[in-house]
Design a protein around this ligand. Structure first.
Ligand code: KIV
Ligand code: ZN
Length: 497
């Protein structure tokens, strides 16, 4: 058996029919060209009879793309097939995908006919499509809930009628992986002419089993998989292309390969998500924001020692530059030190201990510590042992209260306290500090700035003081803006000393 798995992408058909995901023809061409670069073998470009827009998109995609087979969907209806054939006139390689429901439910309640009539209509549709193209795929809609024996009769009839590919959709995403796998095996073993056609999977994700079912299909003899970028598609979606491609690449034990250039997976995923206005969930396998992000200390330490400890895929293989270590209150020294090194800081153990201590305090107040925060934390270390250091600060302020501040200041290693009032908490604290340092300084500039957005963010304070005709600058950052202000003031005073 050929070990190549044909990748049939239905992002532009099953995916595009999702409410809100509609694309115009130009956007569809952009996606089709990205799919061609990605290495998909078949692009299902649309359902031409459904609208003039869909018809036109199939025409234009056929002109814009050369390597993949361009496929157009139809019902088992003559007019659908004629329209599909016309839409494919410019395609270098073309396929008509026709089919009909085969489950008891579809036969009785949707099509309202008999099983024998289904077999006849299926075979007639394939025969008719073969008048226009050499490559005809037949889908047995709701094959997942169809009886295997009847399904085998339908498949045998359509292959006799000229089908080159037989698609076994789990239209409602109901099958268990073992059940879907044995359905494919049953067809392999019980359809006498099955060797004349390729078996295709088309699994929906209603119970979250689309990828598992697709792989079980491949393990039991299917050699085409119908997939969509980011797993988009009707209801809970289709099997996602990126998951199947990476399973095939990672599991050599499956003994199959695909033509996907996996390094283009991430960019294609972003393109589809952006154009279709369909965000990718953060924890989506392969392409989600967190797919290569490590946040617990134990995992971060393990990944830094050897990436493979917690990653089975090299992010570079899917077009992501590198894994990310998210610095939070759960991060350890190893992760912090790694980030410091990336930012150009090489610290000794004591300096690292000092930063780590302050990092944890900050991380308890902020969800995530960013590079800006780290630079500020690291910057503090390099001031060395200060002649002036704020040890404690207590302020009382509020509406109809007189602001009072008590500062504990270490001057050359010795702790001193002072209390003062002021016109606000910062003024009260500055006045208390001034009481402890016998110098007359003038505040020239006082600038407060939030580093990022939220109320839990760090505030930066820049201060400029004048003393004896000299200008001295002070800086600090803290989630508590009063503390940041007093520290910045003391930073400037320390430079005078
Ligand atoms: O889910 C399905 O059965 C389909 C067919 C039209 C192939 O999308
Ligand atoms: Zn479908």
């Amino acid at each position: 058996m050929d070990n190549k798995v044909i990748i049939f992408d239905t992002t532009l058909r099953d995916g595009e029919q999702v409410p809100g995901c509609q694309l115009n023809t130009i956007e569809k061409i952009e996606v089709a060209q990205a799919l061609e670069a990605l290495g998909v073998d078949v692009i299902e470009a649309g359902f031409p009879v459904s609208s003039p827009g869909d018809f036109n998109s199939v025409v234009e995609i056929s002109k814009a793309v050369s390597n993949p087979v361009i496929c157009a969907l139809t019902r088992a209806v003559k007019n659908d097939i004629e329209v599909a054939a016309r839409s494919l006139q410019h395609a270098k390689r073309k396929r008509i995908h026709t089919g009909i429901g085969t489950s008891p439910l579809h036969i009785q309640y949707k099509i309202k006919t008999t099983p024998d009539e289904i077999i006849k209509r299926a075979a007639d549709a394939v025969k008719y499509a073969r008048k226009f193209v050499d490559d005809v795929e037949f889908y047995a809609e709701d094959a997942g809930r169809s009886e295997n024996e009847f399904l085998a009769r339908v498949i045998e009839a359509v292959i006799t009628a000229g089908a080159t590919v037989v698609n076994i959709p789990d239209t409602t995403g109901y099958c268990l992986p073992e059940e879907y796998g044995s359905k494919i095996r049953y067809l392999k073993e019980n359809v006498s002419n099955i060797h004349k056609a390729i078996i295709s999977t088309h699994c929906h994700n209603d119970l979250g089993m689309a990828t598992a079912n697709t792989i079980m299909g491949v393990m039991n003899g299917a050699r085409q998989v119908e997939v969509a970028i980011n797993g988009i598609g009707e209801r809970a979606g289709n099997t996602s292309l990126e998951e199947v491609a990476m399973i095939i690449k990672s599991h050599h034990d499956l003994g199959v390969h695909s033509g996907i250039n996996t390094k283009l997976i991430y960019s294609t995923s972003r393109l589809v998500s952006t154009l279709m206005n369909m965000p990718v969930q953060a924890n989506k396998a392969i392409v989600g924001r967190n797919a290569f992000a490590h946040s617990s200390g134990i995992h971060q330490d393990g990944v830094l020692k050897k990436r493979e400890n917690y990653e089975i895929i090299d992010p570079v293989d899917v077009g992501i530059k590198e894994s990310t270590i998210i610095l939070t209150a759960r991060s350890g020294r190893a992760a912090l030190n790694h980030r410091l090194e990336l930012l150009g800081f090489n610290l000794g153990k004591e300096e690292l201990d000092d930063i780590y201590h302050r990092f944890l305090i900050l991380a308890d107040r902020k969800k995530e510590i960013k590079d800006e925060d780290i630079k500020i934390l690291a910057g503090d270390v390099f001031h060395g042992e200060k002649s002036l250091k704020l040890e404690t600060l207590q302020v009382t302020c509020g509406k109809k209260l007189i602001p009072v501040a008590t500062v504990g200041l270490k001057i050359n290693g010795e702790l001193h306290h002072a209390t003062s009032t002021g016109n606000g908490p910062v003024d009260a604290a500055f006045t208390a500090v001034k009481q402890l340092i016998s110098k007359t300084v003038h505040l020239e500039e006082f600038l407060i700035q939030a580093i990022t957005k939220g109320s839990d963010d760090v505030g930066k304070v820049h201060i400029q003081v004048e003393y004896n005709n000299g200008i001295y600058y002070g800086f600090s950052a803290h989630t508590d803006i009063v503390t940041a202000s007093v520290e910045a003031f003391i930073d400037a005073l320390a430079k005078i000393q």
